[in-house]
Ligand binder design. Structure first.
Ligand code: SF4
Ligand code: SF4
Length: 196
């Protein structure tokens, strides 16, 4: 019994002088590994245009059906992205997401990126469905807009959220139809602006 007691005390003494593995979270945060996959972000090119072109490949690749993308045609005069389309609606349900990174792999423009941010706790299910307002970065990234993209426009456009009832209008119009946006005539001059 004395032997066991001495052994136990020895273990206690040894542990007393070891570096403590606990940290004062949330004041101190552990460094994530380089491979860690956390919250998503949608990046912008260095000139402010969104890198996402609304191709929906990330939605198709997602094994958890966590991503919803609804594309719309860019206004050639004021495009959101350097392509014919942009993600008019983009949502990720963080409660469904398993952070596998397949969406990031599938993205042809490298717009979608999984950051190392992991503090996603919230109080309601709705607040864990991230829309464009939280996913599209306000800051730019050092990526250059690829050459020979349509339309030939370079400039910043702030993030805007889909308007009320807009999604229903897209669905009613049928697959592939561009939604009507007040103040934007999508037919005027669009064909002329497209390269042959
Ligand atoms: S990380 Fe995986 S589960 Fe999460 S949205 Fe991307 S593909 Fe879907
Ligand atoms: S994030 Fe990438 S894969 Fe997803 S719709 Fe945008 S461009 Fe396509």
């Amino acid at each position: 019994m004395l032997k066991a007691l001495a052994k136990g005390m020895g273990t206690t003494l040894r542990m007393l002088f070891r570096r403590k593995p606990t940290i004062a979270y949330p004041y101190v945060k552990k460094e994530r590994s380089a491979r860690f996959r956390g919250r998503h972000e949608l990046r912008r090119y260095e000139n402010g245009l969104e890198m996402c072109i609304g191709c929906e490949l990330c939605q198709v690749a997602c094994p958890a059906a966590a991503i919803t993308v609804m594309p719309a045609e860019n206004d050639p005069e004021r495009p959101n992205s350097p392509g014919e389309r942009y993600a008019w609606k983009y949502e990720i349900d963080m409660l469904r997401c398993i952070f596998c990174g397949l969406c990031e792999e599938a993205c042809p423009t490298e717009a979608l990126h999984l950051t190392r941010e992991f503090e996603l706790a919230d109080f309601t299910r709705e607040s864990l469905i991230y829309g464009r307002d939280r996913l599209v970065n306000q800051h730019t990234s050092p990526f250059q807009v690829p050459r020979n993209v349509y339309p030939d426009y370079r400039g910043w456009r702030p993030v805007h959220e889909p308007e009320e009832g807009h999604g229903e209008a897209v669905e009613a119009a049928g697959e592939g139809a561009a939604p009507e946006v007040p103040g934007v005539d999508r037919t005027a001059g669009a064909e002329e602006a497209r390269p042959a």
